[in-house]
Design a protein around this ligand. Structure first.
Ligand SMILES: Nc1ncnc2c1ncn2[C@@H]1O[C@H](COP(=O)(O)OP(=O)(O)OP(=O)(O)O)[C@@H](O)[C@H]1O
Ligand SMILES: [Mg+2]
Length: 224
């Protein structure tokens, strides 16, 4: 098995495939709980629309009828403990539906899709923090998405504690202990190195407008 970039074994993780023949652009926002993904996704949508772009905003898990029902299972504390593999499969199932019904059609139209979480969340949460294994979850998600990779992924970086302090921590995953979320952040730091060709890190501290300006500095280079 090859050693990947920076000595991290990518274990056969596939190289960039992107949106292929699709005309549009897929931008995902990633980060730990409360890092401002949903806030920045809305602001980014507004910024792009002001510049005449057609933007499709999707939120994970969910965004389709079936996906929203899967979301309820995944996030409702009443679901209780799920087998890690069951959790990985449910996220992938919701994502498969979203990619087929919403994301691909939007990309075919040439739209910009802004995804509030995408495959990297599964790699970090289920692949690493839940222990399913990075390669297994990568393969599962390649299958679920038909190898659809973002053109750009913005990772909103701030300490786990500060992020959790911003959210109420009521859903099943937010309620996990601090060590779980620290593992998620560590996992993202690995993903940033493995997928350095599409991932950028943005300092998520400070006010929403400050963070927005930092996000835009990466977007304006690729979206004319
Ligand atoms: N830069 C910021 N400074 C202070 N508060 C913020 C900032 N950005 C967002 N918030 C607030 O923090 C909370 C979490 O933000 P947001 O929902 O955007 O984060 P998120 O990453 O989507 O969270 P989650 O992981 O729960 O989906 C919200 O109440 C939001 O209004
Ligand atoms: Mg959110």
């Amino acid at each position: 098995m090859d050693d990947g970039i920076l000595g991290i074994s990518t274990g056969g993780l596939s190289p960039f495939k992107g949106t292929g023949e699709l005309k549009g652009t897929l931008i995902s926002l990633e980060g730990c709980e409360g890092s401002g993904k949903s806030t920045q996704a809305e602001m980014l949508k507004g910024y792009l629309e002001e510049r005449g772009k057609t933007v499709t905003l999707v939120r994970e898990p969910g965004g389709t009828d079936a996906g929203e029902r899967i979301r309820e299972i995944l996030l409702d504390p009443q679901t209780g403990e799920l087998a890690p593999i069951a959790e990985a499969l449910l996220f992938a199932a919701a994502r498969a539906q979203l990619v087929r019904d919403v994301i691909r059609p939007a990309l075919r139209e040439g739209n910009i899709v802004v995804a509030d979480r995408y495959t990297d969340s599964s790699l970090a949460y289920q692949g690493v923090a839940r222990g399913c294994g990075l390669e297994a979850v990568k393969n599962l998600n390649d299958w679920a998405t038909g190898d659809l990779e973002p053109n750009l992924t913005v990772f909103l970086d701030m300490s786990v504690k500060d992020g959790l302090a911003r959210v109420r921590g009521e859903d099943r995953i937010e309620q996990e202990e601090l060590a779980f979320h620290e593992n998620v952040r560590y996992a993202y730091s690995m993903l940033i190195r493995i997928f350095s060709y599409r991932m950028v890190v943005v300092d998520a501290r400070g006010g929403p407008e400050d963070v927005h300006d930092r996000v835009i500095s990466h977007i304006s280079r690729m979206v004319v």
